[in-house]
Structures are given as C-alpha cells and as structure tokens.
Design a protein around this ligand. Structure first.
Ligand SMILES: *Cc1c(COP(=O)(O)O)cnc(C)c1O
Length: 377
C-alpha cells in the first residue's frame, strides 16, 4: 500500500468537494455573466462560495477575489501593488525563504527598476523584526512574507510584521498557502492587506485560488479583459473550481484544533523517530512549526537517492519545494538557514495531513532507517 508523506506539494481532492463541483462541470455549464436564468445559478454559486470563504477567514465577501491558484495570487499581489504605488516609491521588502511565486515576481520587478530587500532568516527560519524595521524607508511600498514556509514549516510572526507595516503605512501581503487549514487564520485581528490561498493545498481542486484584498486597497489587475471580479480579475469564472474552493475552505477550518492536535502528534512521533538516528538534524523551528511538517538533513544521504529508495517502497516524500526536484541546486530556504551545500542536499521533507496515520509514521520511520544503512555503506 502506498503512503503519501508529501502533502505540502498537493493533497487529495475530498469526495464532498468533488460532489459539489461535478454538476457544474457539465449539467450546469452556464457562463455566470450571461443574462438568462441558468446563468443566475452559476452566479449564485460563485457568491455563496465567496461568502463561505469570507466567513471562514473573518473578512468581508467583497474582499475575496478568485484566481487560478497560489501562484497567480502571489504574482498579482506583488506586481499589482508595485504598479499601483509606483508614484509613491519603488522599494519592496520580502524574505529569502519565500516561495518562487514571490521570489521570481520580485526578480521580475527588479529588472523593471524596483529595488527589493530580501530579509535574512535565523537558523530556525525566522525573519528579524529589527532588520525589517531598519529596511523600511520612505520609498517602501510593500512588504511580503509568508505565514508558514512550505519547506521547513516555520511560522512567521505575521501579527508583529503587520503592526510594523501599518505603523509605517506600508502595504502588507502574506502568502498563507501552506497555513490555511493547518493554522487558525482570522483576518479581523490581523493588520494584513492582502493574503494568498490555493485550492489544491487544502484538499480542494488545483487551478483555483484566492487573493484576499482588503477593501479600499488600490491594486492594478494582472489580467485585463472582461468585467469579472469587479473588473479586477478578468476571465470567465471557473465555476466548478470556485465551488470546490469554497467547500474546501469550509472543510479546512472545520474542527481545526482537533486536526492540529491529531497531525502534530504524528509529526512529533516522526521527528522523535528520525532524530534518534545518528547524523540526523531537524531543519526549521521545533516550536513554531506547521503541524504536518518534518524536514531533516541526513548526513551522508543524498536526498535524490533517498527519494528513489522510498519510491521503491511506495512512499512519496520530497526534498523540499517541488520545483527543486530534479534540479541539483540546494534549496534556497535551507541555504538561507545557513546550512552547508552538503547538508542542504541531504535533506528530506515529510509532510502529513489528517488523512495520514500513526501506523504510516512508524512504517516510514522503519523504511528510512533501513535506507540510511544501505546508502551510508
Ligand atoms: C504551493 C504554493 C504556492 C503556489 O500555489 P499553486 O496553487 O500551486 O500555484 C505558493 N506559495 C506557497 C507557500 C506554496 O506552498
């Protein structure tokens, strides 16, 4: 039987989510912008999904915009704010451990005359509030940091960052793609102007996401075309995807504390098992960590070889971000923590969700021990 310990890469579409989507993929296919009655049904479904998501996140429905996923939400936030505030300044602050959807958008803007500060992180992956404050200048228009890191699971202090941003009158964007469903998020109590989410990371469909944009925030559209999403995000709505996103968010926040308890117990056991092996070290913070994230460096065991051996046992795992797979470059996140190239290449990421079990944790731990013995020979 196969075991999937790579839930940070993607998750299984839940049956309840699929069932709500299915009729809107064929039976009810009306374009939500049309005038006839069947279109009203599509339109209502979109608005009801928007309501579900806003109530789950503690914001207004008018602040929820549907996109094609986490990557688009991140691109839109960064490029849209950079463009709309170009007159005010050209300086953007982000961190060295962001997802490539943020980092590559920032590089793109640098080529177009923006100045970007990439904040350092400490050995556990935390940015320094002091360095952040020192980096802000009159030209600063945007701060973008993630809530939880996809490789090492470190949870950043977004409440404090938001307070600093607000005090300095700087727009604050948060990539919360990995956090949703794994941590409680309440936008009412956060000084955050934009926040990115993705469907397929929370047992919803791929190719749909959300960008939360606080009311009155000026942002240039990324996609120009029709008047969908209040003319801010053109394109015929992905009705089934949007319905799936709404249901997935609703389920993701349901009984969240119970889920956190269940998943972090498995994670703690897995960490305990792995750290009992010689030459294994944990990457990222032990305390402020996503419930389902384990990332270790295994001395003398190349991650690509480890992954191939695990695959032979029908175990899916990762060496970090999916984009790094196949490339020989060590992870930018692990490098930012200060790891040597060697230890960064000897990493193994195991990510769990509520569909995993403690039996799987024991099974995977046992296999990893065996593989380490073989590969260290
Ligand atoms: C997966 C991920 C994204 C990209 O989301 P997609 O929906 O796959 O485009 C962005 N940021 C983080 C932190 C992610 O984990």
């Amino acid at each position: 039987m196969s075991i999937n310990f790579d839930k940070a890469a993607t998750t299984r579409l839940k049956e309840e989510v699929l069932n709500e989507m299915l009729p809107y993929l064929n039976e009810f296919y009306a374009n939500a912008s049309s005038i006839y009655s069947p279109a009203q049904k599509s339109k209502e479904k979109i608005e009801s999904s928007r309501m579900k998501i806003s109530s789950a996140l503690g914001c207004k429905p008018s602040e929820i915009y549907f996109t094609s996923g986490g990557t688009e939400s991140d691109n839109w936030a960064i490029k849209g704010i950079a463009d709309s505030l170009r007159e005010k300044g050209n300086h953007i602050i982000t961190s060295k451990i962001e997802h490539h959807a943020i980092l590559n958008s920032a590089y793109f803007l640098e080529e177009r005359g923006y100045r970007v500060t990439y904040l350092n992180v400490d050995i556990d992956g935390f940015i320094s509030l002091k360095e952040l404050e020192d980096s802000i200048c009159d030209e600063t228009i945007l701060i973008s940091t993630m809530l939880a890191n996809n490789e090492i699971g470190t949870i950043e202090p977004i409440e404090e960052i938001g307070k600093i941003a607000k005090e300095k009158n700087v727009i604050y964007h948060v990539d919360a793609v990995q956090a949703l469903g794994n941590l409680p998020i309440d936008l009412k109590n956060l000084d955050v102007d934009l926040m990115s989410f993705s469907g397929h990371k929370i047992n919803g469909p791929a190719g749909v996401g959300v960008l939360y944009i606080k009311d009155k925030t000026k942002i240039t559209p990324l996609l120009h075309g029709g008047a969908q999403e209040k003319s801010k995000r053109a394109g015929t709505e992905n009705v089934a995807g949007i319905i799936g996103m709404g249901k997935a968010v609703e389920l993701a926040v349901e009984n969240i504390n119970g889920k956190i308890d269940y998943i972090s117990k498995m994670r703690n056991k897995l960490i305990e098992n792995l750290l009992s092996i010689d030459g294994v070290t944990l990457n990222g913070s032990l305390e402020n960590r996503l419930p389902g994230n384990v990332n270790v460096s295994i001395e003398g065991v190349d991650s690509q070889e480890m992954l191939i051996f695990l695959d032979r046992k029908d175990i899916c795992a990762s060496s970090g971000s999916a984009c790094n797979t196949g490339s020989i470059k060590p992870s930018h996140v692990l490098k930012a923590l200060g790891l040597s190239d060697e230890l960064a290449k000897d990493c193994l990421r195991l990510t769990l969700d509520s569909e995993n079990t403690l039996e799987e944790v024991e099974e995977v731990s046992k296999e990893i021990k065996k593989i380490i013995k073989i590969l260290r020979k």
